[in-house]
Design a protein around this ligand. Sequence first.
Ligand code: HEC
Length: 160
Amino acid sequence: MSATTNSEFNFKKIIAWGVLIAIGCVVFVLAMISIARMAKGDKQIDPEAVNQRIAPVATVMLAAPMAAGGGAARSGEQIYKASCAACHDSGVANAPKLGDKGAWAPRLALGLDGLLKSAIAGKNAMPPKGGSDASDTELASTIVYLANKSGGNFKEPAAK
Ligand code: HEC
């Protein structure tokens, strides 16, 4: 899987979600307005005032996914929280926990390259890439984040 197709795929997915969420917000606001109308006995509502009120929401909902979809790599912490925390926070299926130095010490000895290799391939109960859609560089940053919270001292990988 090349880095380009991967990030294009992410970009489309993020835009699709952004649009869905924006539509959801508009539908929600419209529903609220009609409920308010019924409650107030059809008193006229100033559409300009409504626009002003929903503007910040609409702007934030659209701006955030656009920024994220710009092709910039996500941080290790972001990916960890989205894709790894489910197992590595709780230690489910014997996953070495974030911050558990004892569990991580023998793994840290493999070095970042060794850990990256096994994380890409998957290991026992851990699916390939932890089931995430991270690029190799993003996955490496995520391992650095995880390892350095657990007694490691790895350097952030250079972006490819
Ligand atoms: C479904 C649960 C699960 C998820 C999700 C998961 N892991 Fe794991 N991970 C495990 C388990 C279980 C192990 C221990 C594997 C073993 O040594 O048997 C492990 C081990 C590891 C190791 C050590 C590998 C080694 O060679 O010792 C690294 C590094 C790692 N995970 C990184 C990640 C990263 C980064 C993510 C998110 C992108 C992630 N994991 C998501 C379950 C998970």
